[in-house]
Design a protein around this ligand. Structure first.
Ligand SMILES: *[C@@H]1O[C@H](CO)[C@@H](O)[C@H](O)[C@H]1NC(C)=O
Ligand SMILES: *[C@@H]1O[C@H](CO)[C@@H](O)[C@H](O)[C@H]1NC(C)=O
Length: 184
């Protein structure tokens, strides 16, 4: 049952990822995941990424030792997880970004946020910031969002969006499906 639920969740993630153009999955901490081991600089990790609406943030961790709490800026700054906006505990959480601005997360296990297990996902409004030079790292500037290359949105009455997607996007969908088959 749990397996089916996870499969369905995955399918929904895939479908939403395909539906929104240039959506991607960002695994927090990359191969290290969400942890206090190794003094990972999550601020640095976030600075190298380009977050867009429709993207998914993946927190991968051992659920016995960690969790994920979405919090306010004040709570993020003070590492206060006493009243989170949302709490995630699966050990492999996928959180979709649906709005612009800062999204603050921390590990609610005592001491972990203080040890650096906190991340600020800042989703820039590209159209609003493109006129002003954003104060970002060179790598972020070097990879602008490929808005111009995005395929034209299909009309709602066309075939299922699942099969309209092509190119890199179809490949990602295929890769994720293959991943699902082997993972579950
Ligand atoms: C943490 O936040 C709660 C609710 O916002 C507040 O009541 C509490 O005093 C805070 N704790 C600390 C240590 O700041
Ligand atoms: C993003 O920026 C554009 C251009 O300044 C603006 O028209 C739009 O309202 C902004 N969107 C949000 C959600 O802030």
């Amino acid at each position: 049952m749990a397996l089916i639920k996870r499969g369905v969740t995955f399918l929904m993630i895939i479908m939403s990822a395909i539906h929104v153009s240039n959506a991607s999955v960002h695994k927090v901490g990359d191969s290290s995941g969400w942890t206090i081991i190794g003094n990972i600089d999550y601020k640095n990790w976030a600075a190298t990424k380009n977050f867009n609406i429709g993207d998914t943030i993946n927190f991968k961790y051992n659920a016995q030792f960690h969790n994920v709490m979405r919090v306010t800026h004040a709570m993020y700054k003070s590492c206060n997880g006493s009243s989170p906006i949302a709490t995630f505990t699966s050990g492999n959480d996928f959180i979709k970004i649906t709005n612009y601005g800062h999204h603050f997360f921390l590990c609610g296990v005592p001491g972990h946020c203080q040890a650096g297990q906190k991340v600020d996902i800042n989703v820039l409004n590209v159209s609003a910031t493109s006129a002003v030079a954003p104060n970002k790292s060179p790598s972020a500037l070097a990879s602008p969002v490929p808005v111009a290359n995005a395929p034209a949105a299909p009309s709602p009455n066309n075939a299922s969006p699942l099969f309209v997607a092509n190119g890199a996007f179809g490949f990602i969908g295929l890769a994720m499906t293959v991943f699902c088959i082997f993972y579950f």
